[in-house]
Write a protein of this length. Structure first.
Length: 117
């Protein structure tokens, strides 16, 4: 059974940092595109950062460019997202997702990130 489990969320002051982790099991995600999404209260889920299996530079939504960095540790089957310079508008549930055949079909349950002003 495929599982994606996020961790690392929490409460942080504006300007602070968090590192989210997404541990995968049940399937080898080393050759699949992975991404982080987020959903703020009352808003649609949006893609925050992602990369493809070949290791090309990650893609980022404009609002986090230069502050967030996505990476993966293939040996640990884990995907990370380092988030620096957090802003209150970054408060959301953050989800890890795995893409198969062009569609994100595998999702974790999310981890809450709250940024206080």
């Amino acid at each position: 059974q495929v599982q994606l489990v996020e961790s690392g969320g929490g409460l942080v002051q504006a300007g602070g940092s968090l590192r989210l982790s997404c541990t995968t099991s049940g399937r080898t995600f080393n050759t699949y595109d992975m991404a982080w999404f987020r959903q703020a209260p009352g808003k649609d889920r949006e893609l925050v950062a992602g990369f493809n299996w070949s290791g090309s530079p990650g893609i980022y939504v404009d609002t986090v460019k230069g502050r967030f960095a996505i990476s993966r540790d293939s040996a640990k089957n884990t995907v990370y997202m380092q988030m620096d310079g957090l802003k209150p508008e970054g408060t959301a549930i953050y989800y890890c997702a795995g893409k198969v055949s062009g569609t994100y079909v595998y999702w974790g349950r999310g981890t809450q990130v709250t940024v206080s002003s």
